[in-house]
Write a protein that binds this ligand. Structure first.
Ligand code: ATP
Length: 483
């Protein structure tokens, strides 16, 4: 008998506590250094979390780099030269305003407080200090001597190294404008108040593109990337109702930006930024370039006496040099994961009266692609067939195919629902000639669909193709203008 779904709880009823609890229980995400009481603002990704995170990052790379002719990849160092952060402006301006509560000694971000009634987030009293800037960058020292000369930074964004490598990519790959450089990797910010699980942390991963364009076409490319990135998040299973755009007012723009549109997601704690798409103008390349004044006279940057490189391109017709503008779609991998987990988390009552939690993840993101379950663990013939199927699928599908050999099928279904496995494959007595009552069922297995709970019987030899077509065909077309 196939069990149906009677009732599904609404998106608005999902809470962060439910998601945190599932992540901990099922091996997705744990607080870092838990053995020593935890490290604030840092998390570790367990066996399920690392798969989900990699699947999301690899999907981004495939769709943003491999699928395009105008994109080049990069993997730069995390340790960053102090002059990079000086000329980028981060050393002076990458600050949040912080206030202290005189009563309970808590620290908090001034812009997180109600401007009409600023009170302490911890104790509720209004005995707060005046806001003062706090630089979010993590400093370190290179080598054994701790002095100013040895100071380096952990990058607060992956972007700066893309600007520093602009010339290197240009000289080695000979791209024509417009083109982009893409990078994913860790970034570090000493957030005053990390909060909302992996939404605001001190160590996180970004997926960033710096897309270099002619200055006069920068408005066009800015709108192009806002649309493109919004579409991509839709393709990762985020629904239209839970995504919206937010054009930043001029007063809120970062020091480098001419315009920024944020892509917001309805996280369990409310609509907040998932990705920012900024028009950074020629600010960064000009900041790091020698002879910047002759190349980009209007760039509002510090005079650079240290740079050895001219970060500019030559117009093929006029032969004059100019600094391209850059459009930056900058997404958080951790925030992306949290959005996808929030969207997928579902509580349902089945029509047999039981409740279940199920992660309705898109199949290409699921940590485990399929579970193969012999109905009885003490029947060696069933186990042997399940092992053969597992090996065959493992060789053909991208991701984990798990053999579940505990014999408790109900428990296996529950666990795989909670970690988002799209399909469970059961080898039962009908699969084997000597035990079946129906010869048509020999060498077939039952597929149980995670979302609909429907069951179908498929010949073993047709399994790989069937799963590929039904579950694992993912193709993102996007709006590529480069082909
Ligand atoms: P916020 O306003 O939320 O602090 P931001 O505008 O400073 O974010 P950006 O500098 O635009 O963020 O960084 C690009 C992306 O990096 C963000 O959209 C977000 O997804 C991610 N990100 C930034 N800070 C953090 C953080 N502390 N924890 C997790 N992800 C982050």
């Amino acid at each position: 008998m196939t069990i149906g779904i009677f009732m599904t709880a609404a998106q608005s009823e999902k809470t962060m506590e439910q998601i945190i609890s599932l992540c901990k229980r099922r091996g997705f995400i744990f607080p870092s250094s838990q053995v020593y009481g935890g490290l604030q603002g840092a998390y570790d990704f367990g066996p399920m979390g690392v798969e989900l995170k990699r699947n999301l990052q690899q999907t981004w790379w495939r769709d943003m780099v491999y699928a395009r002719q105008d994109m080049y990849g990069l993997d730069s160092s995390i340790l960053t030269h102090q002059k990079t952060m000086h000329y980028s402006g981060h050393k002076d301006t990458f600050c949040d305003l912080m206030v202290d509560c005189r009563a309970c000694k808590s620290r908090m971000r001034a812009d997180h407080l109600d401007p009409d009634n600023p009170v302490c987030e911890n104790c509720g009293l209004d005995d707060l200090t005046e806001p003062r800037p706090f630089n979010l960058m993590f400093k370190t020292n290179l080598g054994p001597v701790e002095d100013d000369a040895s100071t380096a930074y952990l990058r607060p964004e992956t972007a700066q190294a893309i600007f520093l490598n602009f010339k290197y990519v240009l000289d080695t790959q000979s791209p024509k404008l417009p083109f982009g450089i893409a990078q994913t990797g860790k970034a570090f910010r000493n957030e005053i108040t990390p909060r909302h699980f992996i939404f605001r942390v001190r160590e996180f991963e970004q997926m960033e593109i710096e897309f270099f364009v002619k200055p006069e076409s920068s408005d066009y490319w800015h709108s192009y990337w806002v649309k493109e990135r919004l579409n991509w998040w839709h393709a990762q299973g985020l629904s239209g109702d839970n995504l919206k755009l937010d054009v930043q007012p001029e007063s809120d723009l970062a020091h480098y930006a001419k315009a920024t549109t944020d892509i917001l997601y309805r996280f369990p704690h409310g609509f907040e930024e998932l990705e920012g798409v900024a028009n950074r103008t020629d600010y960064d390349l000009a900041s790091h370039s020698k002879n910047q004044d002759t190349l980009s006279p209007h760039a509002k940057v510090k005079e650079n006496k240290d740079s050895t490189s001219k970060l500019a391109v030559q117009d093929p017709e006029s032969k004059s040099w100019y600094i391209p503008y850059v459009i930056e779609p900058s997404a958080g991998l951790d925030r992306g994961m949290l959005a996808i987990l929030s969207e997928a988390y579902t509580e349902e009552t089945l029509d047999n009266g039981s409740d279940r939690i199920v992660l309705k993840l898109p199949a290409h993101l699921s940590p485990i692609k399929a579970a193969v379950i012999p109905l009885a663990k003490n029947k060696p013939e069933l186990v042997a067939i399940a092992q053969t199927i597992q090996r065959q699928l493992q060789a053909n599908l991208q991701g984990i195919v798990r053999l579940e050999n505990s014999g408790n099928i109900g428990k296996n279904y529950r666990r795989h629902d909670e970690i988002g496995t799209p399909v469970c494959i059961t080898v039962d007595f009908d699969t084997i000639e000597e035990t079946t009552s129906d010869p048509k069922l020999v060498n077939t297995v039952t597929l149980r669909d995670r979302d609909s709970l429907s069951q179908e019987r498929i010949p073993i030899e047709a399994l790989t193709e069937h799963l590929r077509k039904k579950y694992f065909f993912y193709h993102y077309e996007g709006n590529r203008t480069d082909q």
